[in-house]
Design a binder for this molecule. Structure first.
Ligand SMILES: [Fe+2]
Length: 167
């Protein structure tokens, strides 16, 4: 039975596997301009789907299951989990902006201007930075904290609940 941190770490890997190709696509669009958007549509759409699917579920299960377990152990909701919850909201607000820009660009060829391409790339970079910094904080600070404050048995029980979460 994996622990809570192991379950979430595995999800981070899967999420990065979709985020990273979209970031690479963004840098290519930045170099080649709007003409490159069509060639990268699959990886950009995969990121848009991830934001409303697996990433949204991942954040929700942390908010609803993982953070409350840590907050109970610490006896406070005002510690690092409050920062992580705020970052979830920031990531998803930025992600909504990205999805809207992408939808506009995909819907209409006339919308694929250099300015629109640059705006999309900027939003992608922002999103990549937010997700990257957030995951790193969780992996370096929060997961080790959970491992130190939750008894091993509870880490596994919470891990099971995280795996079973369907949103
Ligand atoms: Fe998170």
């Amino acid at each position: 039975m994996p622990t809570a941190s192991q379950v979430l770490l595995e999800e981070h890997k899967l999420i990065r596997a979709t985020v990273d190709p979209a970031l690479t696509a963004g840098e290519d669009i930045s170099r080649r301009g709007p003409a490159a958007i069509v060639a990268h549509r699959a990886s950009l759409s995969a990121l848009a789907d991830l934001l409303t699917g697996d990433l949204s579920r991942h954040s929700a299960k942390e908010d609803e299951i993982f953070f409350p377990a840590i907050e109970r152990a610490l006896g406070s909701t005002q510690g690092p989990t409050a920062v992580m919850r705020a970052e979830h909201r920031q990531i998803h607000a930025c992600g909504d902006g990205f999805r809207q820009l992408l939808a506009g660009i995909v819907a209409e060829e006339a919308a694929r201007t250099p300015e629109a391409a640059e705006a999309l790339v900027e939003r992608l970079r922002e999103l990549g930075d937010l997700i990257g910094a957030h995951f790193e904080k969780e992996e370096v600070i929060l997961f080790p904290l959970a491992e130190s404050v939750l008894p091993p048995e509870e880490q596994r029980v919470v891990g099971d609940r995280l795996k079973d979460y369907r949103g």
